[in-house]
Design a protein around this ligand. Structure first.
Ligand SMILES: *[C@@H]1O[C@H](CO)[C@@H](O)[C@H](O)[C@H]1NC(C)=O
Ligand SMILES: *[C@@H]1O[C@H](CO)[C@@H](O)[C@H](O)[C@H]1NC(C)=O
Ligand SMILES: *[C@@H]1O[C@H](CO)[C@@H](O)[C@H](O)[C@H]1NC(C)=O
Ligand SMILES: *[C@@H]1O[C@H](CO)[C@@H](O)[C@H](O)[C@H]1NC(C)=O
Ligand SMILES: *[C@@H]1O[C@H](CO)[C@@H](O)[C@H](O)[C@H]1NC(C)=O
Ligand SMILES: *[C@@H]1O[C@H](CO)[C@@H](O)[C@H](O)[C@H]1NC(C)=O
Ligand SMILES: *[C@@H]1O[C@H](CO)[C@@H](O)[C@H](O)[C@H]1NC(C)=O
Length: 568
């Protein structure tokens, strides 16, 4: 009897455990803690964690179908971009999903906040003890050794059976922050130019002392005539610490674009996550570069600096918060250029899919999404020094990834230009005719270091070397950070002509780029990317080749050819 009594609780416990196991299904897990993070043990039960829950979209392919329909020139729907309401109708959770999630929330006494315009992201704040039982998780405090910052994460979590198929993921759970929160494709300060001569016009020497607006104008035939369409827009992503100064822009324009009207060649700022483009904050090149080479090149196009603050609520450096803000606008910018990125494998496949999906939504709305490809050549895997490391968001098939070149007519590949092949996304249909021949001819180089079946990047390139910026003295900076704003300005000027003719903006570029558009690009065939991943191994990289290559993509743009190809 006594024996039995003392046994009873154990039996009960066993039963409860078994029924718990049955009602949960493992959803995501990671095998190990990333380098640089150390466990401090279970998180305090009363600590509050803020979790975002991504609700399933009713039809997983709908948004990809929609964006391809409107951006593939061979499709009859080409250019017929969707409205905010139309995109939301495609992705809003089904009634079944809403019911399943709200009864689960109610059972657990949870009151969520909706964090995306279509209602497919919600957020809950719960104590660690409850988070552990809600998701059969073990939330643990980890310290990042270099920064001494602490993060609460779990190495695995499960979803109750009732949420299966209704919830795509819970975040932040298994994803650890990148050590630097966000790695910008940082321009490297090379040398200060204390004396700069007035710039001449239209000759090759325009690029002799560094890359200036005149140099880009000459190289890519970018016009100086001001844009006129009031509905045109260009967005630039900014990130805390990379403030752009109005006074430096003004001096930059006076020096390099004395022809422009300073009233229309300016920008406005929109803060995200507490961001404000504080004019008293010291200068770091990135913000000045991105603004000076959009406002300074896309003459009179309205430019908005979307400035992400320190207080990123998405545990993703603001990428998701920014996209949700833009999706909430009736008229999101027609071009968005971002010179930040991170390693592909620093974000789980599930989370990457959700982020890539928001870029597809913006593409379906008619926004051209440009990302700098990165400054680490083919990149180094943190887990295996023989493997290359692709970057996010360039791995996403719904963004246009911009690599870098250097020199002047002919340009060559810039050595830092990131490129390669995704391990997450298969090669999209639009890349077949460009990438299959590349692999057939050159796939033996670096074989085994990359995943030949993956989405290949970059798509295109532009100059990346020695951009002269004012902050307030003249500096020369290099990086794909410079290439992406340059391409953004070209797209914005093309959009201006399209809109003035009553035509839709270019929107998501890639299906058009790889078919019709490629003929307006100058193929870059010399130079290579290069990085040394292991001291016992020589530097490795990809070479620029005839046709598409994983350093410069299809090549660099020629405005005059784009204009005639588009019939403008
Ligand atoms: C949870 O993680 C902590 C810290 O790693 C560990 O000490 C504990 O045993 C784990 N608990 C469970 C139930 O797995
Ligand atoms: C895409 O186009 C196909 C064929 O024109 C059409 O059947 C489908 O409904 C479209 N899908 C979306 C989401 O627009
Ligand atoms: C480049 O610098 C040299 C020497 O200062 C100067 O003579 C020349 O005009 C400059 N060229 C341009 C295009 O700025
Ligand atoms: C540009 O806009 C900012 C912010 O509105 C303003 O402070 C600045 O004076 C403007 N610059 C010029 C040259 O008008
Ligand atoms: C690294 O990757 C290469 C190529 O896939 C593979 O042959 C090798 O076994 C890997 N090394 C380790 C330590 O995983
Ligand atoms: C290679 O890429 C494909 C997708 O294109 C993916 O399914 C596969 O897991 C990747 N392989 C590795 C080793 O990452
Ligand atoms: C890149 O090109 C340079 C100059 O031709 C050459 O010295 C170097 O070995 C090449 N690097 C790689 C990784 O192919």
């Amino acid at each position: 009897m006594l024996f039995l009594k003392s046994l009873l609780p154990f039996v009960c416990l066993g039963l409860v455990f078994a029924s718990n196991l049955n009602s949960f299904v493992l959803h995501e897990n990671v095998k190990s803690v990333p380098d640089g993070f150390v466990s401090l043990g279970s998180a305090q039960p009363q600590d509050i964690v803020k979790l975002r829950i991504a609700l399933a979209q009713p039809n997983k392919n709908a948004i990809a179908d929609a964006v391809y329909n409107v951006s593939d020139p061979s499709n009859s729907l080409y250019g017929q971009h969707l409205s905010k309401a139309e995109v939301e109708a495609l992705i809003a959770p089904s009634q079944d999903t809403k019911n399943a999630v709200s009864s689960w929330l109610q059972e657990n006494g949870l009151n969520p906040t909706t964090t995306s315009p279509a209602g497919d992201w919600i957020s809950i704040s719960v104590p660690v003890s409850q988070a552990n039982s809600l998701f059969a998780a073990n939330f643990t405090t980890f310290v990042h050794q270099d920064s001494d910052k602490q993060f609460i994460r779990t190495l695995s979590y499960s979803l109750p059976k009732s949420l299966q198929g209704h919830v795509d993921l819970v975040h932040p759970t298994v994803i650890f922050p990148e050590p630097a929160e966000l790695t910008s494709a940082k321009p490297k300060k090379k040398r200060a130019f204390h004396k700069v001569e007035p710039v001449g016009r239209g000759t090759s020497s325009d690029c002799a002392n560094g890359t200036t607006p005149a140099c880009l104008r000459d190289l890519y035939r970018i016009p100086i005539t001001p844009a006129t369409n009031k509905k045109n827009s260009l967005g630039v992503t900014g990130f805390f610490g990379n403030n752009a100064h109005y006074s430096f822009l003004e001096s930059f324009l006076k020096m390099y674009r004395p022809d422009v009207d300073l009233k229309t060649s300016n920008f406005t700022s929109v803060g995200i996550d507490g961001g404000s483009n504080d004019q008293d904050y010291p200068s770091v090149s990135e913000g000045e570069l991105d603004i000076q080479y959009t406002v300074g090149m896309a003459t009179s196009v309205p430019v908005t600096y979307y400035f992400i603050g320190y207080d990123a609520q998405d545990d993703l450096g603001g990428f998701l918060d920014e996209a949700n803000l833009l999706l909430g606008l009736e008229n999101p910018p027609l071009v968005l250029t971002t010179s930040y990125g991170r390693r592909e494998n620093s974000i789980s496949l599930e989370l990457t899919k959700k982020l890539c999906n928001v870029y597809a939504q913006l593409g379906a709305r008619g926004t051209t999404i440009l990302y700098a490809s990165g400054d680490s050549g083919p990149g180094c895997s943190s887990t295996n020094a023989t493997l290359f490391q692709p970057t996010f968001p360039s791995n996403c098939p719904f963004v246009t990834s911009v690599g870098g070149t250097q020199g002047y007519a002919p340009e060559e590949a810039w050595q830092g230009s990131s490129g390669g092949f995704s391990n997450y996304y298969r090669r999209p249909f639009y890349q077949t005719t460009a990438v299959v021949p590349y692999l057939a001819l050159h796939g033996h180089q670096n074989v085994g270091r990359y995943n030949a079946s993956g989405r290949a990047f970059p798509d295109i390139a532009a100059k990346a070397d020695n951009f002269l910026i004012l902050e307030p003295t003249v500096f020369a900076v290099s990086g794909t950070s410079a290439s992406s704003p340059t391409v953004a300005s070209i797209v914005a000027l093309l959009n201006d002509r399209l809109l003035n003719k009553g035509r839709p903006p270019l929107g998501f570029l890639n299906p058009w780029l790889y078919s019709v558009g490629q003929f307006a690009f100058t193929d870059i065939t010399k130079g290579n990317s290069s990085i040394q991943c292991d001291e016992n191994d020589p530097p490795r990289g990809f070479s620029a080749e005839v046709g598409w290559d994983p350093v410069t993509g299809l090549g660099t743009p020629r405005f005059d050819k784009l204009v005639s190809l588009l019939g403008l």
